[in-house]
Design a protein around this ligand. Structure first.
Ligand SMILES: Nc1nc2c(ncn2[C@@H]2O[C@H](COP(=O)(O)OP(=O)(O)OP(=O)(O)O)[C@@H](O)[C@H]2O)c(=O)[nH]1
Length: 190
């Protein structure tokens, strides 16, 4: 893990079905703005310096192309990744169904039972079109041993919290070590 610039590094991958608001979440987090237009994402990485648990982190966020059940989960989704943000829209049942599918793909690929992960219900501002109750989503998160939160990139609600909670999930599973031998979270494939 490079600390040449004085910052420790973490890499978080954002996955989910198409159009759930992954890019919007990442843009709001890194650039503090929201774009109404929809441009399908081809994988893109951005960085932000954050302070978490008293430490400065150079956080790299890997914004991935939308997934469906036939999408291939491959090495680029796992190599060097410390934690996952799995996004569904609270207004789209199909996108919620994709969460379990993606979670299973990660677990299968990494060969691990427990991955540092947060499940995120996006588009909280579309409450009148809600299809996924918080109770249903919480139950899935519990089953996956992951954190859970609802956000609105549009109204900038809970956006920073998503990444803070993901870092906390990584911390929970990190092997205690000295700074010189620090290892990333258990899901990282190096
Ligand atoms: N109302 C509302 N719309 C949102 C929100 N976040 C994203 N959107 C809209 O949803 C659409 C898709 O957003 P994107 O951020 O491009 O979604 P994505 O998941 O990155 O899409 P893919 O690249 O296809 O995977 C856009 O029209 C956004 O403006 C939100 O919090 N509230």
């Amino acid at each position: 893990m490079s600390r040449s610039d004085g910052f420790k590094k973490r890499k978080i991958a954002v996955l989910g079905a198409r159009s759930v608001g992954k890019t919007s979440l990442v843009k709001q987090f890194v650039e503090n703005h929201f774009v109404d237009a929809y441009y399908p994402t081809i994988d893109n990485s951005v960085s932000k310096k954050v302070r978490h648990a008293g430490v400065e982190w150079d956080l790299e966020v890997f914004d991935t192309a939308g997934q469906d059940e036939f999408s291939i989960f491959n090495a680029k989704h796992a190599i060097g990744i410390h934690g996952y943000v799995l996004v569904y829209s609270i207004a789209a049942q199909g996108s919620f169904d994709m969460i379990q599918i993606i979670y299973d793909k990660i677990v299968d690929f990494c060969g691990l039972k427990d991955i540092p992960c947060i499940i995120v219900g996006s588009k909280l501002d579309l409450e009148e079109r809600r299809q996924i109750s918080s109770t249903t989503a919480r139950a899935l998160a519990e089953q996956c041993n992951s954190a859970w939160i609802e956000t609105s990139a549009k109204n900038n609600v809970n956006v920073g919290k998503v990444f803070e909670l993901c870092l906390a999930e990584i911390d929970k599973r990190a092997v205690p070590s000295s700074p010189a031998t620090e290892k990333p979270g258990s899901c990282a494939v190096m």
